[in-house]
Design a protein around this ligand. Structure first.
Ligand code: ATP
Length: 359
């Protein structure tokens, strides 16, 4: 456990600040009721308004300002007046890439009290581990002869031995730790250069983990299996693009964007890891006080686990389940509780547990 971890708070746009308020309030309550926990939070108001005023998403030395933190807790970024590719390529990607957050970690866990579109969704509990630094999202390519009939667009997928290997090792470690099988999401039958190479490296790594059951499944079949047999997965390991798509499918199976957390992890610990909900700024509901804070709070739980407090992670999950069981639900889950009511209910059950109660 890092003593008094420093946490950079980046609320961002839209519902980001609304759900972040609930996460920050939770961290403050944990500090108050758990004598063994304290943290130092610093907020950064880099959002789309900052972009309008300054022509950039963060200050020139923004990454340097974040570098020394133990973790980054991020809300969401995006607004109508800022092109989507600007928020992605001038904010989220520089953080992920410069801080070598080469793992994207997304739990797909069905909590009691949440409705799933699946008839039998009990016991869905797996994690998608996505290579987060290269692959299909390498920003390599360009256009030729634009605006002519000969126009050509090229987007390169860059896969490296090192990049695949380190991500695969992380995924196999997780599978070993959890005692579950590892499913490699691939398409090497059709994408015969990059995906075949991906498989070769993953299979080489699998030899170092002979105790972990390994299987390779084509992405199209895998998407169907997510719906038909979601209980059969433990760790799903995927490239950047495949992992991105599968994550939203996984999230839809267990309650949708409002409840889905994620972590961008730098496994070496050299740089801060970043924790954020899967959802975006949700401009359609921003300012209405109805956003579900669960995804942000669950992401905060993942952050605490990463910082060495898996006990607090579990306690927060227990509190979410208890709040749901007590009937607390925001609109996306079919209820009518507000963001602050939902946040307060979860905090109440966290505090109760810190006071010794079993919830
Ligand atoms: P962005 O451009 O920032 O990604 P978006 O609208 O494209 O925003 P999301 O923000 O992910 O994408 O929202 C997709 C849908 O899910 C919206 O209808 C939104 O209202 C809903 N949604 C997202 N997050 C939440 C939440 N925390 N609570 C309730 N509904 C949510």
């Amino acid at each position: 456990m890092i003593e008094e971890p420093s946490i950079a708070i980046l609320p961002g746009d839209g519902i980001g600040p609304e759900v972040m308020d609930e996460a920050v309030a939770l961290l403050k309550d944990i500090e108050e009721y758990d004598p063994s926990f304290s943290c130092e939070m610093t907020s950064f108001l880099w959002d789309s308004n900052y972009y309008l005023e300054n022509g950039r998403m963060m200050p020139e030395d923004g990454l340097d300002q974040l570098r020394s933190f133990d973790a980054i807790l991020f809300g969401a970024m995006g607004a109508a007046h800022v092109p989507d590719d600007v928020t992605v390529w001038e904010f989220i990607m520089p953080i992920r890439k410069n801080f070598q957050q080469y793992i994207n970690y997304r739990p797909v866990k069905k909590l009691r009290g949440i409705q799933s579109p699946l008839i039998n969704s009990d016991a869905v509990d797996f994690v998608i581990i996505r290579e987060n630094a290269e692959g299909e999202y390498s920003n390599s390519g360009g256009k030729l002869y634009e605006y002519t009939e000969e126009a050509v667009a090229i987007q390169n997928t860059i896969m490296t031995e090192k990049g695949i290997k380190r991500a695969a090792q992380f995924a196999f470690e997780q599978a070993r730790e959890k005692g579950v099988k590892l499913t490699n999401a691939t398409k090497s039958n059709a994408v015969i250069h990059t995906m075949k190479f991906w498989d070769e490296v993953v299979e080489r790594v699998s030899k170092e983990y002979k105790d972990v059951h390994y299987e390779k499944v084509y992405i199209d079949a895998l998407a169907a299996l997510f719906v038909q047999k979601p209980q059969s997965f433990g760790v799903v390991f995927a490239s950047n693009l495949f992992g991105d798509i599968l994550s939203d499918l996984g999230s839809a199976l267990v309650g949708g964007l409002g409840v889905s957390p994620s972590a961008n992890i730098n496994p070496t610990g050299e740089f801060p890891s970043m924790f954020e909900p899967v959802h975006g700024s949700a401009p359609d509901i921003a300012g209405k006080g109805i956003a579900n804070p669960m995804a942000q709070i669950w992401s905060t739980a993942l952050m605490l686990e990463h910082l060495g407090r898996s006990d607090l992670h579990q306690l927060i999950i227990n509190a979410i389940v208890k709040a749901l069981a007590e009937g607390f639900k925001t609109k996306d889950l079919g209820g009518d509780h507000s963001t602050t009511e939902m946040g307060a209910a979860i905090r109440k059950y966290v505090v109760k547990q810190l006071q010794g109660a079993v919830v």
